[in-house]
Design a protein. Sequence first.
Length: 271
Amino acid sequence: MFMRTDLTESRPMIEVTGAGKMYGSHPALHEVDWQVTEGEWWGVVGPNGSGKSTLLQLLAATEHPSAGSIQIDGRDISSYTRKDLSRMIAVLQQDGLPAISYPVRDVVEMGRYPYQNWLGKETSDGAAVVDRVLEELGLSDMAERPLDALSGGQRQRVALAKVMAQEPRLLLLDEPTTFLDIKYQLQFMELLSAWRQKNHITIVAVLHDLNLAAQFCDHILALREGTCVGNGTPHSLMTEENIREIFRVSPAMVSHPDNGLPQLLLRREKK
Ligand SMILES: Nc1ncnc2c1ncn2[C@@H]1O[C@H](COP(=O)(O)OP(=O)(O)OP(=O)(O)O)[C@@H](O)[C@H]1O
């Protein structure tokens, strides 16, 4: 039913082969095959409980597959040390940072941890990276302010700055815009987009907002009940029929007036 994405010749950044995950006797993921090429931006979508966060946890190596394999940059994920992984992969959750009283700069500096030696010293110029990231995200003016004096939206921008300071090649995001208003949602996605273009990083983002996913991601992976049920570009995947199959709702699909990308309008259930 669904179209597969054309993959380029370059080596996959992520290769998921027959991956499954059981929690006790509950299968959260089942036989997932998926490849992500370096530099791509994937949205992972699906109903509640379909296995999106579980997939992200397997990619972050915070959970291990019960079946199949996960390769990152050509090597089995289990062969990397935690420090190797933290130099390569950064993870940002929906509520990225708690409202603590640490100054913004200190929090962003924590992103440099993977580059510090056992004395807590960095060989590269971490302070310059932190300054640049603060500048790029418009946070320089609030660098000395404590996190608990910022709004939720500003705090999520600091969370993004922290993962940017980590200089990962792969960024994993779990519903990063959930608590943001529409202006901050857009701003957050645009910042990611600019950063990805500049640094050619790979992004995998679990997103509930299909319209945002269609506008920003090049590819979408759809999960339902732990199984991959679709994998393609927003144009090929976001059709009325597919949305009905995946989410069990019947939307009206329209083309975005700016770029022709598919956008979804919810329809009320007929009584
Ligand atoms: N640590 C766990 N122990 C037991 N079951 C779990 C655990 N984590 C997730 N599950 C179960 O695995 C399934 C997939 O959960 P997961 O959180 O990956 O889904 P999701 O698609 O991210 O959901 P949501 O959109 O609601 O965040 C669900 O049935 C969930 O209850």
